[in-house]
Design a protein around this ligand. Structure first.
Ligand code: G6P
Length: 612
């Protein structure tokens, strides 16, 4: 969703803002703008479309006057209220043009506020909800920007991350958030704000994740924090482990292919931190607070969105298998509105790469109210989810920039397996079974490397199939869950119509769509069901579909049935999704590139969906 950057220091600001916005491009946007405060006062430039349009617009102005200045704010907008246009782009200003605001989120009572402001003589220029904020701040401005912001906040309902500057208050940026992420970076003689850490890494690795309703006031040499009432508070910064290089493409053509290749390392890091090696290997989750008390749970409820929900579906199968505990995998946006039935003895497992997805957070808060205990799996240590959950397990994946999630997904699976196995252990799984699973988990990173080493086979196959108008993925049990994620990857970045279904459902509808324009990829890693899968593949072949199979490297069962067989190293049936998804990620990536698209920035999608 929208990206915010802000800078106050000694450097020329416009290039810093543009660079920061570029680092946030992955969040998804359709227009961009900056406001710089310098000797010429407040100067605003904005442009519909890609950032390069804005860059072209300001090219001649840099170092030549109006855009000179050492503080400013910038924004990439993902349209919600009002179409993408220059006028609707942020920053928005008040009537006097002295106060500039960038905003991520939705002001729910903007219509009422607009009427009220118009009654007070304000005329509006844009169709956005954001413009009301600039006018409100101006309404409360009596010479002190901080007090004006505090006054305006009292009137706002909804979600917001805000960066605000004022020509009459030229040495500070005010930042505040509620339900939308905002990070403050503390540099030397310069301070910054951003929606996400990658935009800050070039300047500092000392950050403050703003809390809900917390206000930060950034001066060149210090940062002050206040609550909504204007009372000052002390905050500790956090050191970010990622360096600037982690947010670069590092020689790869796209972030997505880089992140696909980072999976072996990410899996290794995520696993290693949780295995105790003294004597027989065991899983150690006590450090994160997962102790024997969690074994008393009567049910596990997993809630998440998108790819993270697919990790949850695999989690359902894993918890039921390893811990023999009733488990549900819920789509957070459905769950939160369903008036669900709670049991205080439920474990709530909330999965979110960003830790900021609005629906996921709402489901978590609902569960929390019911008295259930919350475990979070997230990739962002200081995220809202991490702060509000009872127990946090981090996916040690490093920053994921590409919109389509890859390494976050496989590391989420690693965490899910570890928790499910440990719960299984607490509920009676024997030593031998546990040891076999740990051994299999430890092999996965190297096995993932082997799949990546054979990526040319997938590329070749993609070059033959990328124009297929329909692609279906089918599988049973864990393979069904992997199919869901495979179909999502392909549709997200190649815009191919792709669907996943449980192979047993083939005859109940999907087969009506199968013809010679269809590719059906069957995931076959559940040996007990190979004969059923074989029949399903024959059924679609008989309707002239092209067929591909993903199975283990020691299986020749499908060689005569399928047109193409891709092999992955043998692992336990329950752990296969971590490996089986990799060829499907690669297939989606190559199809996207072959179709001339940018896999890192798919149309209409955002990395982090912070509004409902
Ligand atoms: C968006 C992203 C997906 C992601 C989903 C949930 O749709 O494009 O890649 O899976 O949000 O995000 P989360 O940060 O909660 O995992």
């Amino acid at each position: 969703m929208c990206g915010i950057v802000g800078y106050i220091g000694a450097e020329e600001t416009a290039p810093i803002l543009i660079k920061g916005l570029k680092r946030l491009e992955y969040r998804g946007y359709d227009s961009a703008g900056i406001a710089v405060l310098g000797s010429a006062g407040l100067t605003i430039r904005k442009s519909k479309g890609a950032l390069k349009n804005l860059e072209e617009k300001i090219e001649g102005e840099l170092g030549a006057g109006a855009l000179d200045g050492t503080m400013g704010i910038g924004h990439t907008r993902w349209a919600t209220h009002g179409e993408p246009s220059d006028i609707n782009s942020h920053p928005h200003t008040d009537v006097s043009g002295k106060i500039a605001v960038v905003h991520n989120g939705i002001i729910e009572n903007h219509a009422k506020l607009k009427v009220w402001l118009m009654e007070h003589g304000v005329s509006f220029r844009s169709e956005t909800d954001t413009e009301v904020i600039a006018h409100l701040v101006n309404f409360y401005y009596k010479g002190d920007l901080l007090q004006a912001v505090i006054g305006a906040l009292k009137r706002l309902e909804g979600s917001y991350a805000l960066g605000i500057i004022c020509e009459n208050d030229p040495d500070r940026i005010i930042a505040v958030r509620k339900e939308s992420p905002l990070v403050v970076g503390a540099g030397k003689g310069e301070n910054l704000i951003a929606s996400d850490v990658p935009a800050l890494l070039e300047y500092t690795r000392e950050v403050y994740y703003l809390e809900d309703r917390e206000i930060a006031v950034l001066y060149r040499d210090r940062i002050e924090f206040y609550n909504e009432e204007g009372e000052q508070r002390q905050r500790e910064s956090r050191h970010v482990e990622w360096d600037a290089a982690a947010a670069e493409k590092g020689g790869y053509e796209h972030f997505m292919i880089k992140e696909i290749h980072e999976q072996p390392k990410a899996l290794r890091d995520t696993l290693r931190a949780r295995i105790k090696i003294a004597g027989t290997k065991t899983i150690n989750l006590e450090e994160i607070g997962f102790d024997a008390s969690w074994a008393k749970a009567e049910r596990v409820v997993i809630a998440a969105c998108g790819t993270a929900w697919h990790a949850g579906v695999i989690g359902k199968y894993a918890f039921e298998k390893f811990a023999r505990i009733h488990t549900e995998a819920e789509i957070a946006s459905e769950y939160r509105y369903r008036n669900p039935i709670f049991n205080p003895k439920d474990i709530f497992l909330i999965i979110s790469q960003s830790g900021e997805t609005a629906d996921t957070l709402a489901a978590m808060r609902l569960a929390k109210k019911s008295g259930a205990r919350i475990i979070a799996i997230t990739n962002v240590v200081g995220s809202t989810l991490a702060r509000e959950a009872d127990l946090v397990m981090s996916t040690l994946a490093g920053p994921e920039i590409a919109v389509a999630s890859t390494k976050a997904f496989t590391t989420q699976l690693m965490c899910v397996y570890l928790i499910a196995l440990q719960l299984g252990r607490l509920r009676g799984m024997n030593d031998t079974e546990l040891a076999a699973h740990i051994e299999a988990l430890e092999k996965l990173p190297e096995q993932a490397e082997r799949i990546l080493a054979g990526k040319e086979d997938i590329q070749r196959f993609a070059s033959l199939q990328f124009n297929k108008s329909k692609v279906f993925y089918m599988g049973r049990l864990f393979d069904y869950a992997t199919s869901l994620e495979s179909a999502l990857k392909l549709k997200e970045i190649s815009y191919t119509h792709s669907e996943a279904f449980a192979a047993g459902e083939l005859k109940h509808g999907p087969i009506a769509l199968v013809d010679e324009t269809t590719l059906v990829t069957a995931l076959c890693t559940q040996p007990a069901l190979f004969d059923k899968m074989d029949s399903n593949i024959k059924e679609v072949k008989a309707r002239h579909a092209a067929t591909a199979v993903i199975t283990y490297d020691d299986v020749d069962y499908f060689d005569k049935t399928a047109d193409q067989v891709f092999r992955i190293p043998r692992t336990l049936d329950s752990l296969s999704p971590i490996l089986a998804i990799i060829p499907c990620q690669l297939y989606a990536y190559y199809c996207s590139v072959l179709r001339g698209l940018d896999p890192d920035k798919p149309r209409n999608l955002a990395k982090s969906v912070t509004v409902e």
